[in-house]
Ligand binder design. Structure first.
Ligand code: ADP
Ligand code: MG
Ligand code: MG
Length: 203
């Protein structure tokens, strides 16, 4: 598995398409256990990202993801924008001067991204957040050969598992036990991010 900078750029463009398509559903999820803006936040943020990167060519993965990160941090209100932004910023540090990302580099980038999300948001896996998708994907990427359908399935199953969890962080935590029975919106948007990644993998 080797992702060129161009393939990484297509990953982000594909992610934006999924955010636009699922904007209504993401906000619906956030209406149940939050303030109903997650679809709006993600769709706006990734559209801004695509406006910045489309038509540009990047020499290396680090500068591409730094641009992605800075746009998400500056353009997206709410919790998720800065958390996603931090994730991509930490990955961009790992991917400095890299013109291709292999599976090992992907794992290292994700590890840094997860550490960034945890430092910024003070959440752990099991708290019913985006981390409950990022964690299992990282575990998969670092232990098994990367395969398109398996990656999608891992992301989907991790997202679905957040349904039964009780939220400990973010707005959903105010709902306490009532947050169970609903999928976490940030876990769903993270599932879309990794579904888009899977579609960049050729096997
Ligand atoms: P807001 O809650 O500020 O309206 P969003 O609705 O855009 O922001 O994002 C909500 C999502 O952000 C949640 O579903 C959750 O996945 C994620 N999230 C919220 N707080 C945290 C946190 N402290 N750590 C990790 N993820 C978090
Ligand atoms: Mg919200
Ligand atoms: Mg909000």
């Amino acid at each position: 598995m080797q992702l060129t900078v161009e393939a990484l750029q297509r990953w982000i463009i594909n992610t934006n398409e999924k955010m636009q398509e699922n904007k209504g559903y993401l906000s619906e999820l956030d209406q149940a256990i939050g303030d109903g803006d997650h679809g709006h936040n993600m769709a706006r943020g990734f559209q801004e990202v695509v406006n910045k990167i489309e038509g540009n060519s990047f020499e290396e993965a680090g500068s591409l993801f730094k641009q992605v990160a800075m746009t998400l941090i500056s353009k997206v209100g709410g919790a998720a924008g800065p958390l996603y932004g931090t994730a991509f910023l930490k990955a961009s540090d790992e991917w400095k001067e890299k013109t291709t990302i292999d599976q090992e580099a992907l794992g290292k980038g994700m590890e840094a991204a997860i550490a960034g999300i945890k430092t910024r948001g003070k959440a752990q896996e099991g708290d019913k957040t985006m981390l409950d998708v990022w964690g299992p994907i990282h575990a998969y990427v670092t232990t098994q050969p990367l395969q398109r359908e398996k990656l999608k399935k891992t992301a989907k199953e991790a997202m679905e598992k957040t349904k039964e969890m009780t939220a400990k962080k973010g707005r959903a935590a105010y709902f306490g036990e009532r947050s169970a029975e609903h999928v976490d919106p940030g876990a769903y948007s993270s599932y879309l991010v990794f579904e888009a990644l899977a579609e960049s993998i050729t096997n």
